[in-house]
Ligand binder design. Structure first.
Ligand SMILES: [Zn+2]
Length: 216
């Protein structure tokens, strides 16, 4: 299945981009049928094979697969239920997003590429235990219509229409967190882009650059 290949490629990219520590984090895709493919629980990214990826229905019931689905399945299901525009999710414990998740209530947008991909100030959720429905609901509320959210004392969740989009959101979320941490360390408060400009940049990206890319 082409979506399984996209998930395996995403797992490799997560390693290559250094967005992972140990086996933590998970990746999923929504199929046209509405069912969801998700990485299994507890298997390192570089050891996941196509047959290890678990197929669930939208309620989380396993349809196909010998292994258990990721322990954050509830978060993935809640995001797909809320966001019709989202077909891929990348959840990682990337370093700077995790640092920001324990310091800030939000990470403002400082540069245009982050604005274009994420679409708004990156919120940090309230703390909830991993794998719980409470965490899933916090993530849904805090991400709103943006393409990434930072999960308190935990990591980040990034979404997109395609796996390529979700992976870019994950990278931009990490970049935003890193930039803000570095900026704050200078002792000066960085100038942030206004909500209005962030929105305009996002719309411009979605309606022009992204469409040009899709045409290639
Ligand atoms: Zn996690």
């Amino acid at each position: 299945m082409k979506e399984s290949i996209a998930i395996l490629e995403a797992c490799q990219q997560i390693i290559d981009l250094k967005l992972v520590s140990g086996t933590w984090g998970n990746v999923s895709m929504r199929l046209e049928s509405g069912n969801i493919l998700i990485t299994p629980s507890g298997i390192p990214y570089d050891e996941i094979r196509e047959e290890d990826i678990v197929l669930c229905d939208k309620t989380g019931k396993v349809i196909e697969g010998k292994l258990l689905p990721s322990s954050e399945l509830k978060m993935h299901l809640a995001l797909y239920a809320k966001r019709e525009d989202v077909n891929a999710i990348v959840h990682t414990h990337s370093l700077y997003a995790s640092v920001a998740s324990s310091i800030f209530k939000e990470v403002p947008i400082l540069v245009e590429d982050v604005a274009m991909v994420i679409g708004g100030t990156i919120k940090v959720t309230e703390y909830k235990l991993p794998g719980t429905e409470e965490l899933a609901q916090e993530v849904v509320v805090s991400i709103g219509n943006n393409n990434a959210v930072i999960i308190s004392n935990h990591g980040q969740a990034a979404v997109g229409q395609t796996m390529e989009d979700a992976m870019l959101s994950a990278q931009m979320c990490e970049k935003a967190a890193q930039m803000y941490i570095v900026a704050v360390q200078t002792g000066k408060m960085p100038r942030t882009l206004s909500d209005k400009d962030v929105k305009m940049l996002y719309e411009k990206y979605v309606n022009s650059y992204k469409k040009l890319k899709e045409k290639r």
